[in-house]
Design a protein around this ligand. Structure first.
Ligand code: FES
Length: 148
């Protein structure tokens, strides 16, 4: 027996891990830039809405809760009122297997397998989802929650 096939597999596995990390780094840096276009064909691509597009009236979202909304591109998002005059938004697409989460008070619940997310941060409160909901940039402008 030789160790070569095993070591070749190890090299390939390591290479795939490095490639995956590189893709993750690109995705992260894309999120950190000012609304650059999402990577075509990426399953986790996030909308890059034009700034200033109205999403929900601030008064329609109770403080500490969220409402379902549509992004300017028609994507499902949730818009949360994090305080009297601040807001946050997230993709409504569950990071487990892609169902659409629904706001329920301070939580976002996935109807498919029961994942629960924090409505104000997008963080996972209960799995099976392991990743938080990706943020969508928004701001409050003249009584409206608008794309940022
Ligand atoms: S798709 Fe949401 S918990 Fe499975």
């Amino acid at each position: 027996m030789t160790a070569e096939p095993h070591s070749r597999r190890s090299v390939l596995t390591a290479g795939a891990a490095v490639a995956g990390a590189a893709v993750g780094a690109v995705a992260l840096s894309a999120c950190g830039t000012s609304g650059s276009a999402a990577t075509p064909g990426s399953k986790n691509a996030q909308p890059a809405p034009a700034p200033g597009q109205p999403l929900v009236a601030l008064a329609d979202v109770p403080v500490g809760e969220a409402k379902a909304a549509k992004g300017p591109d028609g994507s499902d998002i949730v818009v949360a009122r994090t305080a009297e005059n601040t807001a946050a938004a997230f993709s409504a697409i569950c990071t487990h297997q892609g169902c659409t989460v629904a706001p329920q008070g301070a939580e976002l619940k996935c109807p498919c397998h029961g994942s629960v997310f924090d409505a104000l941060t997008g963080a996972v409160k209960n799995g099976p989802a392991k990743q938080p909901l990706p943020p969508v940039k928004v701001r409050v402008d003249n009584g409206q929650i608008v794309t940022g």
